[in-house]
Design a protein around this ligand. Sequence first.
Ligand SMILES: [Ca+2]
Length: 83
Amino acid sequence: MYDVFVPVDMDQDGDIDWVATRGNSGIYDGVFWLEQVRTAEPKPAFTAGRSEDSRALPLPPENWIDTYETEMTFTPPNKAGHE
Ligand SMILES: [Ca+2]
């Protein structure tokens, strides 16, 4: 859970940065800082803060809603077919 984002130029380079707190995330709780980086050449939008991080997943396909379940059920998956 992110409690608040505060815009502030942390390193006083003229670009606004974001400082925020994260809670209810166990060992990942704390304060973090998102810094804008300006370069003349293209570069990745994000740089990982840790050498080991969670697996990156691709965005869903454009037609994701077509494959999304539309029926609501109150039967848990392990009980389906036993009625
Ligand atoms: Ca800055």
